[in-house]
Ligand binder design. Structure first.
Ligand code: BGC
Length: 523
């Protein structure tokens, strides 16, 4: 009897042990197959974002071809001393500004203001021009965030807020123009697609970068600012209206005459370059006195079937306030990269439990901002403490194993690498169009070896490039891959500090209604 009992207990224990083992093994198998699913999502992402040099060259060609097509199709509006040309870059807009204003830079003198509006912050600047062309321009700058409600409110509210900050800034300073009883002059950098109608006027075509103020569409941006300035009782004239790329190109060119283009990679992205007037088909014979003109490409709206698009991009676009627009920008710029990463993490958390219980914050659009994504990407601590902190603080994802944190870093890497490489392809597209890529431009013809390589400077601005080391490194790497080492040596990407704002002040000086050119002009 006793023996039977012992045997029975032993069998019971063995059965229980087997059951436990089966559960453990089952869980392990299930975990493994979930992890496999996670890895599959990652592999699919990597494949969809792949940018081998062959594909980048296709993007380069598509960009250069679009640029050619754009030049042939503008509607030209001619003004007294100024011209604006605009046309379609796919469904985008080009604004062509007369280059004469840049060539006027000689030795302007005086204090000029600038207002730089184009992202989540705006900046007010005071630039002192001493009558001598100088590499470092003395300036004061103040930055302020734009309250979210003003980005989607009314035209008057936005401009009144900006004008009052401008007034405070002006009043804090010891302003020589006040003593001279001279009206202050301001260059306005308004970084959205604008149909430029003169040096100091242009109507907003559409908003980008999360702004959406309905009563501003079709309205003149400079006039809206001037009205707010008048309402607040500030004695100041808005004398030029420009895009941030044009301001950056202006400063770049002022400081280094080999500058042929300017690129912004910040909240949004765009580029501007110098084009030979005779290459602008509709300008032929009209602006013969101006050698080159600055063209604002609005490349954020560039699209090509060669761009590596994922389902996350498709969803991001569909959920955005401007679907089917700014496709290139949505793959490259600060406004969107963090959100692409968030979408991938969300997809993984829906298909597995590697991120723990579902976090509702993970479903919130734009919850993960790009600077935080960059911080996770660049976390070099062995325990990935920054990754853990950001996931916990921002998305309430806690206690995940190191291998899952590494997965997050990998996702950031894939998304950033694609963005940086596409930006590099865009830059080479411009170089190709103007014959600075080592070939003879888009028409081809001469072989690389017969081309005399000229020093070619591209002014560059925007937080993604200046503050995100991995992004910058990937961009440089791709530039060398596409161009080849020898040609890449002649291409210099030069960051300009506050160029978009300072450029507006420089142009305000060029367009000043006072005689601002120093008498002892040494140039
Ligand atoms: C705007 C451009 C601007 C760029 C960079 C884009 O969203 O359309 O006009 O230059 O952002 O600020």
């Amino acid at each position: 009897m006793g023996g039977k009992l012992v045997f029975g207990v032993a069998v019971g224990v063995a059965v229980a042990a087997c059951a436990v083992a089966a559960v453990v093994v089952g869980r392990r198998v299930e975990r493994r197959s979930k992890w496999k699913r996670v890895l599959r999502i990652l592999e699919e992402l990597e494949a969809a974002c792949d940018t081998p040099v062959k594909r980048l060259r296709q993007v380069v060609d598509a960009m250069a071809v679009e640029m050619h097509a754009g030049l042939a199709s503008e509607v030209i509006q001619v003004y007294h001393v100024y011209a604006a040309v605009w046309g379609h870059f796919r469904c985008s807009y080009w604004v062509v500004l007369l280059f004469c204003s840049f060539s006027l830079f000689r030795s302007e003198k005086g204090t000029f203001y600038a207002l730089d509006l184009g992202g989540t912050n705006f900046r007010v600047l005071r630039v002192h021009l001493g009558g001598q062309r100088s590499l470092s321009l003395k300036h004061d700058v103040e930055m302020q965030p734009i309250p979210q409600n003003l980005m989607t409110g009314t035209r008057e509210d936005l401009f009144d807020f900006i004008a009052s900050s401008l007034k405070e800034f002006v009043e804090k300073a010891n302003d020589p123009d006040q003593l001279a009883a001279r009206r202050r002059e301001l260059g306005f950098t308004f970084s959205f697609p604008v149909k430029q109608t003169s040096a100091s006027s242009g109507a907003l075509i559409k908003w980008t970068k999360g702004f959406s103020i309905e009563d501003m569409i079709g309205r003149d941006a400079a006039e809206s600012l001037q009205q707010a300035i008048d309402r607040i009782g500030l004695d100041m004239r808005v004398s030029v209206l420009i895009n941030d790329t044009v301001g950056t190109l202006a400063v770049g060119h002022y400081q280094d005459p080999d500058t042929v283009a300017a690129v912004i990679i910040g909240t949004g992205t765009n580029a501007c370059y110098l084009e030979r007037t005779d290459a602008i088909i509709k300008c032929q014979g009209i602006f013969t006195t101006f050698g080159r003109m600055a063209i604002n490409m609005e490349w954020g709206n560039f699209w090509s079937s060669h761009l590596p698009r994922t389902t996350y991009d498709v969803d991001l676009d569909a959920d955005s306030p401007n679907p089917n627009e700014q496709g290139f920008e949505k793959m490259i710029s600060d406004m969107y990269l963090g959100d692409i990463v968030r979408r991938v993490i969300l997809k993984i958390s829906q298909e597995s439990d590697v991120f723990g219980p579902a976090s509702t914050l993970l479903s919130m659009p734009f919850k993960l901002r790009t600077p935080l994504m960059a911080a996770m990407h660049e976390d070099s601590s062995p325990e990935l403490t920054e990754v853990a902190r950001i996931l916990e603080d921002i998305l309430e994802i806690t206690d995940i194993p190191l291998k899952v944190q590494k997965l997050v870093v990998k996702i950031c890497d894939i998304v950033t690498r694609r963005a940086a490489r596409l930006a590099a392809a865009g830059i080479v597209g411009i170089l190709k169009k103007i014959g600075r890529d080592g070939t003879s431009g888009i028409a081809g013809g001469r072989s690389r070896t017969n081309i005399k390589l000229k020093r070619t400077v591209v002014a560059i601005e925007g937080g993604l490039y200046t503050s995100y080391t991995m992004f910058r490194e990937y961009l440089h790497e791709a530039l060398v891959e596409i161009l080849g080492e020898e040609i890449a040596l002649h291409v210099i990407l030069k960051p300009t500090e506050d160029g978009s704002g300072i450029g507006a002040a420089l142009l305000a000086a060029s367009y000043s209604s006072y005689d601002t050119v120093s008498v002892d002009n040494s140039l």
